[in-house]
Design a protein around this ligand. Sequence first.
Ligand code: FES
Length: 103
Amino acid sequence: MSKLLIGKLSDIDIRGSRTVRVKETEIALFRLEDGSVLAIENRCPHKGGLLSEGMVCGTVVHCPLHDWKVDLQSGLVKDPDDGCVMTFDTEIDPEDGAIYVTI
Ligand code: FES
C-alpha cells in the first residue's frame, strides 16, 4: 500500500467532488459538510455510472444514472440494491490541507 498526495483541501468545494486516476483505478473524492474527505472507486457497481457526478446526502452518494445509493464510508450499496465499491483511506494534513489517499 502507498500513501499518495492527491491535492489540497481547497481544491474541493464543500459538498463537492473531484476525481483522480491512479493506474487503472479512477477514484472519486468527496468533501463532506463536516470537512472530512472520503474516497471511493468512481464506478457504480450497477452499470458503471460516475459516482463523482452524483448528489451526496450525508455520507451517501446517489448514482446519477439510476439512483443506487452508495455509502461513502463502507462502499456498500444501500437496500434494496446490492453491491459494493472499493473505499480508500484518506488523511488531511492539518497544517497545509494536503490530502493523502492510501492505495
Ligand atoms: S449505473 Fe449506477 S445506478 Fe445504474
